[in-house]
Design a protein around this ligand. Sequence first.
Ligand code: RIB
Ligand code: CA
Length: 308
Amino acid sequence: MTSLIIDCDPGVDDAVALLTAFGSPALDLLAVTTVGGNVPVDRTARNACILRQIAAREDVPVYRGAERPLVREPAGAGEFHGAEGLGDMAPFDPAKGCEPGGAVEAIVERVMARPAGTVSMAVLGPLTNLALALRAEPRLAEQLGPVAVMGGARAEGGNITASAEFNIWADPEAAAEVLDSACDVVLFGLDVTHQVRATEARIAGVEALDTPSARAAASMMRFSQRIEREIVGWDAPPVHDLCPVAWMLRPDLFTLRPCHIAVETGSDLTRGHTAVEFRDGVAGPLRHRWATAADADGVFDLLKGATR
Ligand code: RIB
Ligand code: CA
């Protein structure tokens, strides 16, 4: 069983990832931590509690994290997630809210209290909370297990700018600090997440399950389907954040490649660009991993299995 902390900014694809995690008994969910990103942290924290209630998983503590990036001004993505961050779903006051204390303390406490390498993280939004936790506890990187991050782009180009993906672009300094640390980072960038798309058949398959979690997940994907058609012209939206959680459950569904990843923080034009180098001895030791391929049907089978 994988002990996991999920750091996120729900967000409609974060929501699908959370509902999959909440419905997967193979995951020992130690905490959900939240960060400002798609929408401000007061909403991402509330949304995580709402999704937890829908999945009947109030046993999993939720913590509120960073309101803003390390140095940059906060920038949202509400056009892709709805003003409240849950697509067309009307938010409500969850019966159980966040725990007292912050995300950074929760991450440090849970990781340092367990044997080295036994607690992994899935980071589905800007990397601010993890960067702050690494600053707070210098031993954290060595103590953590794999850190699966949704972020970055290489062959696919960017989605927030021509050269950068949103999570990295939103807080490039945090991403740089995490990638420069000793963390064992596995980066699920647009190159792989664009292979994991919510087609009409996949959305309908989840809708047909007709459970609270399935209805919520399908609602999020229906919203993305409409918005992506209107804004991007795509017929099937990528469910980006599902990838790191799916990897935690079934790593065999993904192809990874050793690499060295650096993040641009000095240029306004290419801010947040991820320089993914596969050649040894060019940019630095190949100590990161980059996801290049996914079995999308297998990933959606996990979603359906977790929400049935
Ligand atoms: O670029 C996609 C990422 O940005 C996803 O995590 C999505 O939720 C948004 O935060
Ligand atoms: Ca996200």
